[in-house]
Each structure stands twice: as C-alpha cells, then as structure tokens.
Ligand binder design. Structure first.
Ligand code: UTP
Length: 275
C-alpha cells in the first residue's frame, strides 16, 4: 500500500480563460476527447495507490460531484447496450475510491485552497493535483514517480519542468542543487517572476506531495503576489529548511488551463487513441 493515501484536487478557480464554456461548468470537467480532465487526474492518483480523494470546490462546481456518482436514469437507459462499457472507467473509480468535498467560499489563491482542504486531509503527507495540468507518461504516472521519491526523501516534493525563459512569469520557479538524476534540493522559489528575476527556468507544475506541516506554514505566511495566499511562498519556508525536493518528472505535461494547451492535448490524445 502507498505511503500516500490521500490526494487533494483544488478545483475552486473560476477558469476565466475558458469563458464562456466555464460560466456554468467547472474547467475540470472539460473533456480531453471523451474523459474530463479531473478523471485523468483521479486515475493518475489511483495508479499511485491513492484511493482517498478530496476535492476543494466552489460555486458552480456540482458537476464534479455528479460525475463520480451513479446516474440512475442514464445507466438504466444504456443497460445491456454496447454503450455500457463507456462508463466502465468511472465505475472502476467509484468502486475503488472515496470522495470528500469541501468548498472554498472565496478564491484567495492556491495556498488558501489547500488550507481549506486541511479538513479532508488531517495530519498526514498528501498529494495535490491541479487537474488542468494534464500529464501523459510512457511508464509510471507522474504521481507514482513522486510517491516513490517521497519514500526516499520524506519531505515535500514539487514536480518541475524546463520552460522557455520568457514564460517564467506564469509559474512558481525554483533554484536548487542537483542531488541525483532529475532530483533537486530546492533552496529558493519565486512565484511568477519576470524572466530577469527568475532564479532558473525550472517551473513548478500541478503535481505536489506535501508534508502535513504545510498547513501551519500556509497559515503563518502573509499573502503574496496579487494579495493571494500562494503555495509557493509557503513552500519557500520549507525550502529554507532544506525540506523541498524539485523533481523533473518523466513524461509530458499539457497546460489545459490555456486554450492552446487544451487543443494540443486533445489532438495528441485523439491521435494516440486512434492508433
Ligand atoms: P489558475 O491559476 O489556473 O486559475 O489556478 P483558474 O481560476 O483555475 O483559471 P483562470 O486563470 O481564471 O483561467 C490553478 C489551480 O488552482 C485552483 C484552480 O481551480 C486551479 O486548479 N485554485 C486557484 C483554487 O482552487 N482556488 C483559488 O483560489 C485559486
């Protein structure tokens, strides 16, 4: 059994880059071909041995709860037909995972959303998935890779990738010492730096494993960029104590929070599935 049992999905954001699609529908429900983004994330968690799923939602996000639940009329309608198997993947998730939900009433940033999730996590290390970062791998999923690393390092781990220098302002960016192949001991992190202020071009993407003291650290960290509670600022405190690992995961990430990334992911996955 995995040492990490719980995964938190902060999913309260407005998804303004996808308006009008996201006016009444969560961005996490946008499908890559036929499967919603959040389902890919839950499957990645399940592959890593994680079966307790916590979701931080907000207004207009009820479709996420309905997706991971029985839909009586629909299921009766397709019973016995060859369409039944189209629901196999969601049934499998529902059989193996439990889901808990809590609401973030005000969007005060990702750090705040994670803090709101404390009620679902308690005092144990946990994974965080931002479902709009859709990751494709050939072998182990990104969370599986990170759980293995956690077993060795026993501290917070952030997934990182190299980004073009002129895109550092979109990410949390790290600086660190290379400890092993693809593994950095982080000593500095900056939230959305301009290229000239970026300590490197190694950007944090939407996969984390966090040690439970992160909740106290977030609570005691003042609001940062844009007046929001940034997870990067809290992780920076842990990094100063040598307790954050940056991991260059094996695989490819699509930024499905942006229209370009979403279209690219859709084309890529459609081609993969048609072969
Ligand atoms: P984004 O920066 O992508 O913001 O949040 P967004 O609101 O979802 O999308 P845009 O920029 O308006 O198009 C990164 C992740 O953090 C979550 C979001 O749901 C997303 O998964 N988040 C962010 C929260 O849950 N609460 C917040 O207050 C902020």
């Amino acid at each position: 059994m995995s040492v990490i049992k719980k995964c938190l999905f902060p999913a309260a954001g407005y998804g303004t880059r996808f308006l009008p699609a996201t006016k009444a529908m969560p961005k996490e429900m946008l499908p890559i071909v036929t499967k919603p983004l959040i389902q890919y994330g839950v499957e990645e968690a399940m592959d890593a041995g994680i079966t307790e799923i916590g979701v931080v939602t907000g207004r207009g996000k009820r479709a996420i709860e309905d997706h991971f639940d029985i839909s009586c009329e629909l299921e009766q309608e397709i019973a016995g037909s060859d369409k039944e198997e189209l629901l196999n993947s969601t049934r499998d998730i529902m059989d193996r995972c439990t889901f808990s939900y809590t609401r973030q009433a005000e969007m005060k940033g990702l750090g705040h959303a994670i803090l709101v999730g404390e009620a679902l996590i308690g005092r144990e290390p946990f994974a965080v998935v931002l479902a709009d970062d859709y990751c494709v791998t050939e072998g182990d999923g990104v969370l599986t890779q990170m759980v293995k690393l956690y077993e060795k390092y026993q501290c917070s781990i952030v997934a990182i990738e190299e980004v073009p220098v002129d895109e550092t302002h979109k990410y949390g960016v790290i600086a660190g010492e290379l400890e092993a192949d693809g593994v950095y001991r982080v000593h500095n992190m900056v939230e959305k730096p301009a290229p000239k202020d970026a300590p490197s071009n190694l950007a944090i993407i939407g996969r984390y494993i966090l040690s439970p003291d992160i909740f106290d650290v977030i609570r005691s960290t003042p609001p940062g960029k844009n007046g929001e509670m940034q997870i990067t600022d809290a992780l920076q405190i842990q990094a100063q104590q040598g307790k954050v690992i940056g991991y260059r995961f094996k695989g490819r990430r699509f930024d499905c929070g942006s229209v370009d990334g979403f279209i690219e992911a859709t084309n890529y996955t459609y081609k993969l599935q048609s072969n």
